[in-house]
Design a binder for this molecule. Structure first.
Ligand code: 3HC
Ligand code: NAI
Length: 701
C-alpha cells in the first residue's frame, strides 16, 4: 500500500501532504504516515517551518469512521497531534474544504492556521454519538474560551472561515491561492523569528462559564434527550478547566472510547453510512450516463409544488412553476415568498438573497413553458385521471430526453408512466411536507424506469440537499406503507381506552420526534382519511381499522389546521392539550363497535406500535420494495422522526433481537387474530437462521 503521507522539500519550508481520497479521512495509514513524517522532520531538523496540507477536495474530514468498529491501532490521533504540536519549528495548517472532527483538531495541534476563504471548520462528533477525542475538548477552550468551544462542540455545526477568524481560531484567511499564501505566511513567521505556539500551554479562560455550562446541560437534556455523549462532552470540556492538559487529554480519551462503544454511537454511525449508501444501486453500472438537469418545471403550486420549487431554487436551478389559474399561481408564489421572508426575519437570509431566490422561480399558466425543461415534477391533486391527463400533456410538450416525475404519495407510477410514449423517462419523486425542509426524498422506480434516469434523479436529489432513497412501487411506498400498521394500532388502542397522550408519550419517550397521533394532527387527519376511503375496496375486513381517525374526520376535527383533532390546540401556544370532546367521541365509537374497554399499559403500547412497524419493514424488504434494510432506516429517520440514535427501525430491531419482535407478533396474533398480526416470512426466516437485517443487507445488497 502506498503511503498516503508525503513530504515536499523545495526550500526551508517543508510541506507534509496527505492524499487519502475521497475526503482525507485520518485512517490508520494516515496516522502512521503523519507520525513518521513529523518524526523524520524533527530528526533532520533543517526545515524552518512546516505546513500541514491535504490534496484532493478537502482538508481532513476527521478520523476514519469506518475504523471505529475495529480495535484501536497505534498511533492514536492524540499522539500524532502531540508530536505535531511538539515540533520545534512553527507548524502551519493550510485549511480548505471542510476541516471536521479530527481534521479541525489537527489544525488546533498546529501552531498557526491559514484558511481558504470558503473553508468550513467544525466538530460534528456528537452527530456520531461521540465527541472530540483528539484534543478538541482540551485545546479549543484554551484557544477561544469555554463558551465558544461549547458552542462549536455542542451544536456540532461547522462554522465559516471568517467566523473562525473572528473567534481567534484562524490566523489568516487566504483570498487567493491557499498554498502560496500559507507558504508566504510561514516564511514571514521564520523571518520574524516567531516560533511554535502550542495551544496546550495556554490557560483556560473560565469567566462566566457556569452560565454556558447550564445552557448546554439544559440543551443536552431537551434537544438531545436520551443521549449520553453530550453529557460526556460537557464533562470533558470541564476537565479542560479543572485538570492539567495531559490529564484532561487522558480523561477525554477514556470518555470518548466509552462513548464509541455505546449503542447510541453505533446507531448514529450506522445512519451516517446508511445515508451515503442509498445512492448506490446494485446492478447499476458505474459508467451509467446521467442526464444533465439544468432547469426544472413544476406543475401545481400548492402545498407540495411550492416547497419543491424552493428546493430547486435554493440549489440555484431555474424553476418554471405552472398553475391551473391566476389566483392559485398568485397564492402559491406568495406562500413561497412568505417562507423566504420568514428566513430573512430569522437572519439566515439577506433580502438580496431572497430576491435572487425568488427570481429563480418563474410563474406561468402555460404548460408549453415546460418545453425546454430537463426535469418536470407534477404536484397536482391526488387523482389518477387528472395525473394521467397531465402526463399525456407533458409527454407531448416536453423535449425528448426530459425526465417526467410525479409526486404522488399513493398512486401507481407505472400506470401513470403507461400514459406516455416514454415510460423509461418516468419515475416518482416523493417529497415530504414541508418539502423545502424535510430531507427525505423517495425516488420511486417504475418497472420501465431507465437506469440513467434513476441515477440522474439520485444525483439531483443530492444536489437539492435531500437524502434520496429508492423505492419500488407499492401502496404508500416505503415510508407510508410502514406508517399504516404503526398508526393503525395507535388508533385501535384509543378505542380500547388509551388516551392520545398515553400513546404519544410512550413513543416520544422512546425518542420519536412526535407521537403518531400528534403527527396525524399535524399532517391533517382528513388527508389520510381521504386516501383510505379511496382504497375502500381493499380495506381490511375490520370495522375498527382507523375508526378513531374516521370519527375525528367526520366531526371536522382535522388536526392542527382546524384547532382540534386527536388533541386540542390553542392559538398562540405551541402546546397540545388532551381534549375531553375527542375522548368522548372515541369512547362512543368504541361502544358502537363493541370494543371492550381495557386500556393497554405502556409496554403494550410500545410493542403494538413498534413491532408491526418492523414487521412491515421486513415485508417491504422481502418484496424488493426497499433495496436494503438500511434504506428503510434512512426513510424512517429522515422522514418520520424515528430517533437517529436508535439507528432506524431495522437497526433497532436487530439490536433488541428479531426473536423478540417475532415473539411479540405471535403473542398479539393469539390475542387479536391473524388479520394484522401475521409475522413477516422474512422475519421468521431470519430468526430461524439466527440472522439479522444487517446480515440480510450483507448477503443481498
Ligand atoms: N470517515 C470515513 N469515511 C468518510 C468520512 C470519515 N470521516 N467522511 C466521509 N467519508 C466517506 C463517505 O462515507 C463517502 O464514502 P462513499 O463514497 O464510499 O459513500 C465519501 O467519504 C464521501 O462522503 P460524502 O458523500 O459525505 O461527501 P460530501 O462531499 O457530500 O461531504 C463531508 C463531505 C462534508 C466531509 C462529509 O462526508 C462529512 O460530513 N463527513 C463526516 C465528517 C465527520 O463527522 N467527521 C468527524 C469524524 S469523527 C472524529 O474525527 C473523531 C475525532 O474527534 C477523534
Ligand atoms: P394541493 O391541493 O395543496 O396543491 C395542488 C395544486 O395543484 C393546486 O394549487 C391546484 O390548483 C394545482 N393543480 C391542479 N390541477 C392542475 C393542473 N391541471 N395544472 C396545474 N395545476 C393544477 O395539493 P398538495 O398537498 O400539494 O399535493 C400535491 C401532490 O403531492 C398530490 O399528489 C399529493 O398526494 C402529493 N403529496 C402531498 C403531500 C402532503 O403532505 N400534502 C406529501 C407528499 C405528496
Amino acid at each position: 500500500m502506498t503511503n498516503p503521507v508525503t513530504i515536499e522539500r523545495k526550500d526551508e519550508i517543508a510541506v507534509v501532504w496527505t492524499d487519502n481520497p475521497p475526503v482525507n479521512a485520518i485512517s490508520h495509514a494516515v496516522r502512521l504516515g503523519l507520525m513518521e513524517a513529523f518524526e523524520s522532520l524533527a530528526k533532520e531538523g533543517d526545515a524552518k517551518a512546516i505546513i500541514l496540507a491535504c490534496k484532493g477536495r478537502t482538508f481532513f474530514a476527521g478520523a476514519d469512521i469506518s475504523e471505529f468498529d475495529k480495535p484501536v491501532q497505534a498511533p492514536h490521533l492524540q499522539d500524532v497531534f502531540d508530536t505535531i504540536e511538539g515540533m520545534k519549528v512553527p507548524v502551519v495548517a493550510a485549511i480548505f474544504g471542510t476541516a471536521l472532527g479530527g481534521g479541525m483538531e489537527a489544525t488546533l495541534a498546529c501552531h498557526y492556521r491559514v484558511a481558504d476563504a470558503k473553508a468550513r471548520l467544525g466538530l460534528p462528533e456528537l452527530n456520531l454519538g461521540i465527541f472530540p477525542g483528539a484534543g478538541g475538548t482540551q485545546r479549543l477552550p484554551r484557544l477561544i474560551g469555554v463558551r465558544g468551544a461549547l458552542d462549536i462542540i455542542m451544536t456540532a455545526k461547522p462554522i465559516s472561515a471568517s467566523k473562525a477568524k473572528e473567534l481567534g481560531i484562524v490566523d489568516h484567511i487566504a483570498g487567493g491561492d491557499l498554498m502560496a499564501e500559507a507558504k508566504a505566511y510561514a516564511r514571514k513567521l521564520v523571518e520574524e523569528g516567531k516560533g511554535p505556539r502550542p495551544v496546550s500551554r495556554l490557560s483556560v479562560d473560565g469567566t462566566g462559564v457556569e452560565e454556558a455550562f447550564a445552557h448546554y446541560e439544559a440543551f443536552a437534556k431537551s434537544r438531545l434527550k436520551g443521549r449520553t455523549s453530550p453529557l460526556k462532552a460537557l464533562q470533558a470540556v470541564r476537565a479542560a478547566m479543572d485538570l492539567p492538559f495531559k490529564e484532561g487529554l487522558a480523561l477525554e480519551l477514556k470518555l470518548c472510547l466509552e462513548a464509541k462503544d455505546t449503542f447510541e454511537s453505533k446507531a448514529l454511525r450506522h445512519i451516517f453510512f446508511a445515508e451515503r449508501k442509498t445512492r448506490k444501486i446494485p446492478g447499476l453500472p458505474e459508467d451509467t450516463a446521467v442526464h444533465e438537469i439544468a432547469n426544472v418545471g413544476i406543475l401545481g403550486a400548492g402545498t407540495m409544488g411550492g416547497g419543491i420549487a424552493m428546493c430547486f431554487a435554493n440549489a440555484g436551478l431555474p424553476v418554471t412553476l405552472v398553475e391551473a389559474n391566476e389566483d392559485n399561481l398568485k397564492r402559491g408564489l406568495a406562500t413561497i415568498e412568505r417562507n423566504y421572508e420568514r428566513t430573512v426575519k430569522r437572519g439566515r437570509l439577506s433580502a438580496k438573497q431572497k430576491n435572487a431566490l425568488m427570481a429563480n422561480i418563474r410563474g406561468s399558466l402555460d404548460m408549453a413553458n415546460f418545453a425546454d425543461c430537463d426535469l418536470v415534477i407534477e404536484a397536482v391533486f391526488e387523482n389518477m385521471d387528472l395525473k394521467k391527463e397531465v402526463f399525456r400533456k407533458l409527454d407531448s410538450i416536453c423535449k425528448q430526453g426530459a425526465i417526467l416525475a410525479t409526486n404522488t404519495s399513493t398512486l401507481d407510477v407505472d400506470e401513470i408512466a403507461a400514459e406516455t410514449k416514454r415510460p423509461e423517462y418516468v419515475l416518482g419523486l416523493h417529497f415530504f411536507s414541508p418539502a423545502n425542509i424535510m430531507p427525505l426524498l423517495e425516488v420511486v422506480r417504475g418497472a420501465k424506469t431507465d437506469a440513467g434516469v434513476l441515477k440522474s434523479a439520485l444525483q439531483v436529489g443530492k444536489r437539492i440537499r435531500k437524502i434520496p432513497v429508492v423505492s419500488g412501487i407499492c401502496f404508500g411506498f416505503i415510508g407510508n406503507r410502514m406508517l399504516s400498521p404503526y398508526g393503525r394500532e395507535a388508533q385501535r388502542m384509543l378505542l380500547e381506552g388509551a388516551s392520545p397522550k398515553d400513546i404519544d408519550s410512550v413513543l416520544e419517550d422512546f425518542g420519536m420526534a412526535m407521537g403518531v397521533l400528534a403527527v396525524y394532527d399535524l399532517a391533517g387527519i382528513d388527508v389520510g382519511h381521504k386516501i383510505r376511503e379511496a382504497m375502500r375496496d381493499n380495506k381490511p375486513d375490520d370495522p375498527t381499522f382507523f375508526a378513531a381517525g374516521a370519527v375525528m374526520n367526520d366531526a371536522g376535527r382535522f388536526g392542527q389546521k382546524t384547532g382540534t383533532g386527536f388533541y386540542r390546540y390553542e392559538k398562540g401556544t405551541r402546546g397540545r392539550f388532551e381534549d375531553p370532546d375527542a375522548l368522548a367521541l372515541i369512547r362512543k365509537t368504541a361502544e358502537d363497535l363493541g370494543v371492550v374497554q381495557d386500556p393497554p399499559g405502556r409496554e403494550e403500547i410500545f410493542e403494538r406500535c413498534l413491532y408491526p412497524l418492523v414487521n412491515e419493514g421486513a415485508n417491504i424488504l422481502d418484496e424488493g420494495i426497499a433495496l436494503r434494510a438500511s434504506d428503510i432506516d434512512v426513510v424512517w429517520t429522515a422522514g418520520y422522526g424515528f430517533p437517529r440514535h436508535k439507528g432506524g427501525p431495522m437497526f433497532w430491531a436487530d439490536h433488541i433481537g428479531l426473536d423478540k419482535i417475532l415473539a411479540g407478533m405471535k403473542k398479539y396474533r393469539e390475542k387479536f387474530g391473524p388479520l394484522f398480526w401475521e409475522p413477516a416470512p422474512l422475519l421468521e426466516r431470519l430468526v430461524r437462521e439466527g440472522k439479522t437485517f444487517a446480515d440480510w443487507d450483507k448477503e443481498n445488497a
